[in-house]
Design a protein around this ligand. Sequence first.
Ligand code: F6R
Length: 364
Amino acid sequence: DKGNHRHFMQKEIYEQPVVVAQTLKSYLRRLENQVAMPDMDFDLTAIHRVTIVACGTSFYAGMVAKYWFERFARIPVDLDVASEFRYRDPVLEPGGLALFISQSGETADTLAALRHCKANGQTIAVVVNVPTSSMAREADLLLPTHAGPEIGVASTKAFTCQLAVLAALAARFARVRGLMSAEDEAGIVEHLAEAPAGMNAALGHDEDIEAMAHLVAPARDVLYIGRGPDYPMALEGALKLKEISYIHAEGYAAGEMKHGPIALIDDKVPVIVLAPSGPLFDKTISNMQEVQARGGRVILISDAAGIAAAGEGCMATIEMPAVHPLIQPLVYAVPVQLLAYHVAVLKGTDVDQPRNLAKSVTVE
Ligand code: F6R
């Protein structure tokens, strides 16, 4: 049932504050100000390396998680898409945790990679949305997302719920490795608990974003750029746009622009820049200005301070609430989803059932 929404995808975008809150409920103990995890029958302190494997949007959640695991827990992370990982003979040493991320829990390549890791002595953790799925059943540690059934083929709410779980796991890792004080953990809990409100504030810009869709819909190519965790968010934005609007879109690490893609820039290629205030802001903005200097037309997604500092000369800006860096990816997911959605609606595509795509890819 779509309720009063036109498409399942739209409904699922709007459900995010509620389902992320629902998911966080099982990973945060608000009274004790602690992260909560299901019981583990292995020793998390003995884990020396994490291997993250997934496909598509779930892979981008894993990419964000790599930044968090490295930064907070100082644990080495290997990361790959399942279709490459399973055939590249990866080095899997004892004491490794293999972490698989999947909405369906049935994606063929991810499941095969899981079995390969299991056969090679890895402890298996899964972040899945379908608790009865194959991956859920075969895991040593099941970390469910509580997004509820996701009907739209393009993943939205499962993705932000994955991010919520992965952020909590990063904090737990940091804590058991002695890199995070109880006080800092309490801070993380506070910030994560603010994610639903941040996402609600982002949804408040839906009408502006709908109006902007006219700027993107005529394009043949669109670029998305960001740095740090906003790099995977740029990839995710580009994936959402291409899969439902059929416009060619690429996500790039902003610093890579001058190594090739800037050659594409002219006034017909909209460039979506994800640049929240923070340590990487100036660097990303200088890449944005290089684009503008070549006639590129930019939509800047930032907070009020970022837009005040760099919004002039942009074709459009989308203002996000100023939130803690940890929850920025959850908040910035919303505008890229909405932009893709409204462009697809303008183009008249089948938003919930895009051509050539299946909700669950159970064949390789
Ligand atoms: C993109 C999308 C796909 C899936 C991918 C993995 O919007 O939905 O890229 O993310 O097929 O599926 P799961 O998460 O079920 O393993």
